[in-house]
Write a new protein. Structure first.
Length: 173
């Protein structure tokens, strides 16, 4: 089976995989709209991590990983997100750079229904929150920069991420 990663999975997949391919899914936009009180923030001072929001005309590029497993439950355990309420699983068609469907993949999306969801905010405010947050997994800024570098490495341009990196740079000079 395949899992499509659009966030930390791109640079830090925490499972064994037998293949990895760059591709995109349709109808979603990557946004720093999910709160994190257990990885990149703490309760009372949540960091921000990416989730996907429905957006009819947009696509999200990421990395699809092929796993040598069949049971969805195994994958949930592997991903260690069972306890993180609010992640919903979708099966989405993954397209290659020629715009052709290659396979369907499981995608984990933190929906607005989950208690940690923060939603939209101006780029400057999101950058400020990222700069002032850290948690057990490290600085929230490191998460943003790791994602930025991993996307750049794969030749993926994401205007939302670029805007946040720029805003964070402006606030640190
Ligand atoms: C992702 O990178 O796709 C991802 C990471 C953590 C939880 C869900 C999805």
């Amino acid at each position: 089976m395949w899992i499509f990663g659009y966030g930390s999975l791109i640079w830090k997949p925490n499972f064994e995989f037998v293949d990895a391919q760059t591709g995109f899914i349709r109808g979603y936009a990557r946004r720093f709209w999910q709160g994190s009180t257990d990885h990149r923030g703490v309760p009372g001072n949540p960091g921000r991590v990416v989730t996907l929001v429905r957006s009819h005309d947009e696509v999200t590029w990421g990395t699809a990983f092929r796993l040598d497993v069949r049971e969805d439950d195994d994958v949930l355990d592997l991903l260690d997100i069972r306890e993180q309420g609010g992640y919903e699983r979708f099966y989405e068609a993954v397209y290659n750079d020629a715009g052709l469907v290659t396979f369907k993949a499981l995608v984990y999306v933190a929906t607005p229904a989950n208690p940690e969801y923060l939603g939209p905010a101006p780029a400057q405010a999101i950058a400020r929150q990222i700069l002032s947050s850290r948690g057990p997994s490290g600085d929230n800024l490191e998460y943003l920069l790791n994602l930025h570098k991993a996307l750049q490495h794969q030749g993926i341009k994401d205007n939302h991420i670029l805007e946040l990196v720029e805003a964070a740079e402006q606030q640190t000079v």
